[in-house]
Design a protein around this ligand. Structure first.
Ligand code: NAD
Ligand SMILES: O=C(O)C(=O)C[C@@H](O)[C@H](O)[C@H](O)COP(=O)(O)O
Ligand code: ZN
Length: 360
């Protein structure tokens, strides 16, 4: 088992990465403050992993309840969040309760947000079960839900007590979901870790084949990169925004297509190609580097273009509600060279139009 730390002073926490960790009650018990535990999961993950987690916690005599949410990005909203509050209140759980998120990013974002809100804040632990949630969403404390008018528009920064990533859980993950996770893995290579980008170019076939060593390495290296960025800028006042590469385009795609039709990672795949295309048009990266990144994203079986049914004006409208917008001005993550991203509001609108029209 490997342990990394997200260094945030008194809110610091460990990320454990290893195999067969879901039922390690000894490990989990260290981060459960009181007797009460509420596991939040969904109806797909519950069938596979809930019994083992319940059994493990039961053996330690915790008072365990679970809430099983409907599965899907379309349920990442305030109505579903209420199901978590219903369970916590019905169980008469108090401020000593620890919420455990068992699932992918949707479960993690909602369980985290519910933890931030319930009785003004209770402890929570992330047990991510998708690649995407192991490499990205379980780390860093962004929690929240979607609104019909925009992704993740209602939420809070709220850090977990610990992240427990069980790489063995990826054996049951569908191939399409594995690809979606690889999008965020590639993101780290492009924004801040050129050596990792080169490693991915050489090893992407092993990753896509589900090679356990290659996946573990991706999780460790991604979490290490994310933890370093978050430690510098917990609440996205500056540098943290680079973790949003491709997301202004990607969130517009997810919202326009209806939540769940394009997976988050798929939209980020196409969104990163659009951000790189714009970077190239603006004279920042060369055509060869745009081609290298596009090819890597394609080899991960991800889309490299936006859906044809989106108009330029729809893109611009949806992009203008992005959380990075300041004083009415769009801010985008662009790439200077592979491994070096930055945030800018200095965007040539004609070139942005060209990108939107070329990348469909
Ligand atoms: N908070 C953050 O920093 C952050 C970062 C990136 C993404 N996100 C959010 O995360 C969400 C996407 O997360 P995701 O890609 O994990 O999607 P997801 O949570 O919808 O999970 C994907 C699918 O895999 C299933 N699943 C989960 N674990 C499984 C397993 N081990 N075996 C079989 N099936 C399994 C789920 O039930 C679901 O059907 C989006 O809402 C996105 O906005 C948040
Ligand atoms: O942790 C971050 O910071 C990120 O931006 C990670 C992203 O991969 C993730 O999708 C995040 O939820 C996007 O945040 P948002 O603030 O743009 O909604
Ligand atoms: Zn993301």
């Amino acid at each position: 088992m490997k342990t990394l730390t997200v260094d945030l002073g008194e809110r610091s926490y460990p990320i454990f990465i290893g195999t067969n960790l879901i039922d390690r009650a000894d490990l989990l018990a260290e981060y459960i403050g009181g007797q009460q535990v509420c596991i939040v999961t969904n109806d797909t993950v519950a069938k596979i992993y809930l019994p083992m987690l319940k059994r493990a916690l039961g053996s330690r005599e915790f008072e365990v309840q679970s809430v099983v949410l409907p599965d899907g990005e379309q349920y990442k909203n305030l109505d579903t969040l209420n199901l978590i509050f219903d369970e916590l209140l019905k169980s008469r759980f108090n401020r000593t309760v620890t919420v455990i998120a068992l699932g992918g990013g949707v479960v993690g974002d909602m369980a985290g947000f519910a933890s931030a809100c319930y009785q003004r804040g209770v402890s929570f632990i992330q047990i991510p079960t998708t690649l995407l949630s192991m490499v990205d969403s379980s780390v860093g404390g962004k929690t929240g839900v979607n609104h019909a008018l925009g992704k993740n528009m209602i939420g809070a920064f709220y850090q977990p007590q610990a992240v427990v990533a069980d790489v063995a859980a990826l054996k049951t993950l569908p191939a399409r979901e594995l690809s979606a996770g690889v999008a965020e893995v590639i993101k780290y290579g492009i924004i801040c870790d050129y050596d990792f980008f080169v490693w991915l170019e050489a090893n992407i076939d092993r990753v896509m084949a589900g090679d356990a060593n290659a996946l573990s390495y991706c999780i460790e290296r991604s979490c290490d990169n994310k933890a370093r960025v978050v430690a510098q800028d917990e609440r996205e006042g500056g540098i943290r925004a680079i973790l949003n590469l491709g997301h202004t385009f990607g969130h517009a795609i997810e919202t326009a297509q209806g939540y769940g039709n394009w997976l988050h990672g798929e939209a980020v795949g196409a969104g990163m190609v659009m951000a790189l295309d714009l970077s190239q048009r603006m004279g920042l990266i060369c055509e060869a580097d745009l081609a290298r990144a596009t090819s890597l994203i394609e080899r991960a079986n991800l889309p490299v273009a936006a859906p044809e049914n989106m108009s330029e004006s729809q893109f611009i409208e949806l992009m203008s509600v992005d959380k990075k917008v300041q004083d009415g001005r769009l801010r985008l993550v662009l790439v200077k060279q592979l491994g070096q991203a930055f945030v800018t509001s200095d965007i040539d609108r004609d070139l942005l139009s060209q990108t939107i029209n070329a990348c469909r």
